[in-house]
Design a protein around this ligand. Structure first.
Ligand SMILES: Nc1ncnc2c1ncn2[C@@H]1O[C@H](COP(=O)(O)OP(=O)(O)OP(=O)(O)O)[C@@H](O)[C@H]1O
Length: 464
């Protein structure tokens, strides 16, 4: 069932069109003008059918306002010229009034079909150098992500992106920004876990001169730096409670107050937040404000872990391998059959980032034209891919116990066992950075898991 918005000022035509579309299983809403349509938002429609001549603004104004939702323009026979102009402005098609029912239904079906086939297209993301990269992967879960991005980006609402480390949360944030009306304004990315707790408030909200010891000059915060654009707060679960309160004010009032200032300033910022943690659980333990969670969670995008993207893994590996070959000027390298099998079977706790690192190692270490399992340096883990976790449990190594491999024994390891085993076995020879890289997780994640599993760092371990 598709959701269609009719924008037409003549009540008789509106209701006739509504009845016709509803008889063909579409869900229909009505508006009388562009202004009314803009007031209610376009986030959930698959198609807008609008009269060209409306009181106030013409129907073609919806093309930009509702993008990427397609707009089908209705014109009278007398104004076919304007129909052509509407197409030039980006209308998806036009129908002439009075319209033939079959013809209209056919046009609607064609437009919706075209939309549906575009739905799964992965978004292209421009990097700092302006080069465009397309997100890789076409499994159903990623297609759902792409659809969400396409629909959510233009809606200018707060978005919460959830997923394990390395699943592409930052990429999604960039895609949302670049497909939004703020694309020309700045995207400011902040990793809340990377800024010391004592500094985070002044980094985000700025401070006045003399606000605290060491504040020798006034400083504008990152929220203000994102004014007019998008602020991406990665690892928002790490934000201290005081900073959460200030952020809530930004979201509620659109206002910011620098530390040490009594003055508030208006800011127009779209917030995108990401986390690998369960914010609801954090709010139950008092570590995350529930009111902030609700403010953030207007739209949610869930990124699947790589081990659940079975059909994607080898496709992603091939694309990333080609990129790594290019970077290292080693064209023509291929994965051996065994390496492909290992890649398909490995549980990828560090997700796409870990796969990227493994392939980079493979390209550097391969001696001939083939990359063998040893070149990839995957930690030996006697497991096949774990079964799909229940949605709430899908966080990193907290994933459920893996399935048995063909040669499974009673001693098969769960991902947590594997983590523990790997850390205990290698921590004397490896630095924390090396351990984290090998496991495909961040150092912070490594530290958190050490705490949770009760394997604190050994004093003898090298520090980096
Ligand atoms: N679908 C994808 N297509 C192409 N590259 C991807 C995809 N997903 C992730 N990557 C790559 O994997 C790496 C990690 O992605 P990203 O930084 O967006 O993940 P993240 O979820 O934000 O990780 P973290 O939570 O650890 O910050 C990046 O180099 C990114 O380009």
């Amino acid at each position: 069932m598709s959701r269609i918005l009719i924008v037409e000022d003549e009540a008789i035509i509106r209701s006739a069109l509504r009845r016709l579309l509803e008889r063909h299983d579409h869900r229909v809403c009505e508006c009388e003008s562009v202004e009314q349509a803009c007031g209610q938002g376009f986030g959930e429609y698959d198609l807008i059918i609008s009269d060209l001549r409306l009181p106030g603004a013409p129907g073609t104004d919806l093309i930009k306002a509702a993008a990427p939702c397609p707009v089908l323009i209705m014109t009278s026979y007398a104004s076919m010229r304007s129909a052509v102009d509407a197409l030039k402005l980006g209308a998806v098609d036009y129908v002439a009034k009075p319209f033939d029912h079959d013809e209209l239904l056919e046009t609607v079906a064609r437009v919706l079909h075209r939309q549906a086939s575009q739905r799964s297209t992965p978004p292209a993301i421009a990097d700092e150098g302006g080069r465009r990269h397309t997100m890789i992967g076409n499994c159903p879960a990623m297609q759902a992500v792409y659809t969400r991005i396409r629909k959510t980006a233009p809606a200018d609402v707060t978005v919460l992106i959830q997923g394990e480390s390395g699943t592409g949360k930052e990429l999604v944030a960039k895609a949302l920004h670049q497909q939004s009306r703020r694309a020309e304004a700045p995207l400011v990315c902040v990793n809340c876990a990377a800024i010391p707790e004592t500094l985070i408030e002044s980094e985000l909200f700025g401070h006045e001169k003399g606000a605290f010891t060491g504040a020798s000059a006034m400083r504008t915060g990152l929220v203000e730096a994102a004014d007019g654009g998008t602020l991406f707060l990665d690892e928002i679960g790490e934000l201290p409670l005081d900073a959460q309160a200030r952020l809530l004010r930004v979201l509620q009032e659109g206002e910011i107050r620098r530390i040490g200032s009594v003055e508030t300033r208006h800011v127009d910022v779209r917030l995108i937040a990401a986390t690998h943690r369960d914010l609801r659980a954090l709010s139950r333990s008092g570590d995350f404000r529930l009111d902030l969670y609700y403010r953030l969670n207007v739209m949610q995008i869930d990124l699947p872990p790589l081990r659940e993207r079975e059909d994607d893994i080898l496709e992603i590996a091939d694309v990333l391998l080609a990129k790594a070959c290019k970077r290292h000027a080693r064209d023509g390298l291929h994965l051996s059959r065994a390496a492909r099998r290992d890649i398909a079977d490995y549980p990828w706790p560090g997700n796409v980032r870990e796969l990227e690192n493994a392939l980079e190692r493979g390209v550097i270490l391969a001696e001939g034209q083939l990359i063998h399992p040893d070149d990839l340096g995957l930690a030996t883990v006697p497991v096949t891919r774990p079964p799909s976790p229940p949605k709430e449990a899908a966080t990193s190594l907290e994933a459920p116990a893996p399935e048995r491999s063909d040669t499974a024994t009673e001693d098969d390891l769960s991902l947590e066992d594997y983590f523990q085993h790997f850390v205990l076995e290698h921590q004397d020879q490896m630095s924390e950075t090396e351990l984290a890289n090998k496991l495909g997780i961040s150092r912070k994640c490594l530290w958190e898991r050490r705490q949770r599993l009760g394997i604190p760092r050994k004093k003898a371990a090298r520090r980096h």
